[in-house]
Design a protein around this ligand. Structure first.
Ligand code: PEP
Length: 252
């Protein structure tokens, strides 16, 4: 049995209103109990971070962000610096989500720079990696995962993974309702851990690797019981309190 504590992270993406987030956070925090073994994290849109910091203050739920600038400050219109997130109580920051890589052209190198900037501000990066459908179909999944992972190992160093989380998110499973089978997910999670172990066995054993991609209340348990899956990054289902709580309570 591994000693890694599970993490279930909500990625609200660009959803919510002041009214809806109050309801959602209220229901999620009320539904947490001694049954909640995993660490629970919410990553709201930037503008709701101060409100969430206030709402979560008396709960065990952690606060994170969905993105961040790789730079510290300056004339970068529309960007948010890591220190600003830290100032408002963020402990985690998602970097390299496939929507950022694809829709905003974030390169492997830029993702690595963001990973480093998050850690430089004593927060924990959640590094997202995952293959496209055509990459899986052409048997290139491992090559893509290795490339995305190595870009960060090369720039940040393996020791940096002592203070990081990885999320394996097959792009074809995000928001599509198509979940990877438990076997497909476990296979890639194991590959990621072995890739890290080539550099440092201890770091590879200790790091939490989350699965993301259409995790729902009715499929979370079979994914979370696998040896190398340490929780989930949850999009759509994190917007419905009951579903999100069921997912949080599905960890081993
Ligand atoms: C995500 O956005 O990281 C995600 C996994 O989304 P969904 O759960 O909706 O597929």
């Amino acid at each position: 049995m591994s000693e890694r504590r599970s993490l279930v992270a909500a990625n609200w993406k660009m959803n919510g209103s002041l009214e809806s987030i109050h309801q959602l956070v209220g229901a999620v925090s009320q539904g947490m109990s001694e049954k909640t073994k995993s660490e629970v994290l919410i990553c709201p849109p930037f503008v709701y971070i101060p409100e969430l910091a206030r709402l979560l203050a008396k709960t065990d739920i952690r606060l994170g962000a969905q993105n961040v600038s790789h730079l510290e400050s300056g004339a970068y219109t529309g960007e948010v610096a890591p220190a600003m997130l830290k100032e408002f109580g963020c402990e985690y920051v998602i970097v390299g989500h496939s929507e950022r890589r694809m829709l905003y052209s974030e390169s492997d190198v830029r993702v690595a720079e963001k990973f480093i900037a998050v850690q430089a501000n004593t927060m924990i990066p959640i590094l997202c990696i995952g293959e496209l459908l055509e990459e899986r179909e052409s048997n290139n999944t491992e090559e893509v995962i290795a490339r995305q992972l190595d870009a960060v190992i090369d720039k940040a160093g393996i020791q940096a993974f002592k203070h990081a989380v990885i999320a394996y998110e097959p792009v074809w499973a995000i928001g599509t309702g198509k979940t990877a089978t438990p076997e497909q997910a476990q296979e890639v999670h194991e590959f990621i851990r072995l890739r890290l172990a080539r550099h440092d066995h201890e770091t590879a054993e200790a790091i939490r690797i989350l699965y993301g991609g259409s995790v729902k209340a009715d499929n979370a348990k079979q994914l979370f019981e696998l040896a190398d899956i340490d929780g989930g990054l949850i999009g759509g289902a994190s917007l419905v309190a009951e579903d999100f709580l069921t997912i949080c309570h599905s960890v081993r």
